[in-house]
Design a protein around this ligand. Sequence first.
Ligand code: SF4
Length: 250
Amino acid sequence: MLNNLKILFHQGKQFIPDVTTARVPGIFRGRPVISTEPVNEEELAELCPTGAIEVSPVSIDLGKCTFCGECARVFPMKVRFTRDYKLSTNIRERLIIREGEDHPVEVDSATVRKEIRQVLGKSLKLRQVSAAGDNSAEWEMNAANNVQFDMSRFGIEFVASPRHADGVVITGPISENMAEPLQICYDAIPEPKIVVVAGTDAISGGIFDGSPALKREFLSLYPADLYIPGNPPHPLTIINGLLDLTRKKG
Ligand code: SF4
């Protein structure tokens, strides 16, 4: 008994008590902040591998950004990445960070479909479809349910069958071969259901954008209820995004 207590004391808390205020240690690139410092904007945009940077004014699209950090490395006076991991939103436009702005990316409660909070606010089961994913975003989805992040304490879990799910989480750029399986999965989920796109590849195609191997019409037919940026997204980005989408604040 005493030994067990000693072990418990030694290990401390294995879970993050508050996932909404936790601090991310080590190297982490979260929400970028772009200063109004004049730079060679064309050169800045040119170095971005995914075309996430627009000029006049300078902006970064988090739906395209791979968070490689190259822009901040070459132009540190212009771009800096904060540790803010709350990047998820239901409005695609909100993923665009403009120069001179420094405010959080948030879910717009006013435009969240009513049934999402009414029906799915206390229990949300999700089927994850890796639509040509590279297993990085999928890995972080798994991590969101590990003992440390413990997303299931909020009633949010991944399930094996779409029949048991309230929504689909798409990772990967959606290849032609995965377009039909994704549709079959979506069709099998009962109403009301949500669509979540997680990771740069899923949101915009990422580095595969424009490839003839992709077939992304699904996202035009079924607009996303939540965008979770990151390459891959951090578990705290995933959990906070799902909580903000499904729960009323306060
Ligand atoms: S961090 Fe994002 S915006 Fe900057 S160069 Fe890399 S992909 Fe482009």
